[in-house]
Design a protein around this ligand. Structure first.
Ligand code: AMP
Ligand code: ZN
Length: 115
């Protein structure tokens, strides 16, 4: 079975501009940024969508948000502020069926415009 593009980035079969990784998560730059800083945080585990989450994933999803916070601090834009966004399903704008948390920021000291 062909793996999704994010699974391939996780496996390093396809290059990604990775800014953070640990045993459960990766963060990399969005290839078509919609803000001056646009990162995606993904779990290594393939889960297609928020709609596919189960009770057992509660801890994983909490850790995903904490990872986004850690990445913002590491990349130096925590204090400037940022948006966190999940798209869910085609009607919600989701195109890649591997859960990913968008981190969008205006950059260092700049507010983010409306998205
Ligand atoms: P979504 O619409 O929520 O599914 O978001 C998918 C995001 O993945 C989009 O913002 C795309 O620009 C981004 N994207 C697609 N392919 C890649 C890739 N190979 N590397 C990095 N980002 C990607
Ligand atoms: Zn995947």
């Amino acid at each position: 079975m062909e793996e999704c593009i994010f699974c391939q980035i996780i496996k390093k079969a396809v290059p990604g501009d990775i800014v953070y990784e640990d045993d459960r998560f990766l963060a990399f730059k969005d290839i078509h940024p919609k803000a001056p800083i646009h990162l995606l945080v993904v779990p290594r585990e393939h889960i297609s969508s928020i709609n596919d989450l189960q009770e057992k994933d509660e801890g994983l999803m909490g850790a995903l948000i904490l990872t986004a916070k850690k990445v913002a601090a590491k990349e130096g834009f925590s204090d400037s502020g940022y948006k966190l966004l999940f798209n869910v399903g085609r009607g919600g704008g989701q195109l890649i069926d591997h859960i990913h948390l968008h981190i969008l920021s205006g950059g260092y000291g700049r507010p983010i415009s409306e998205i």
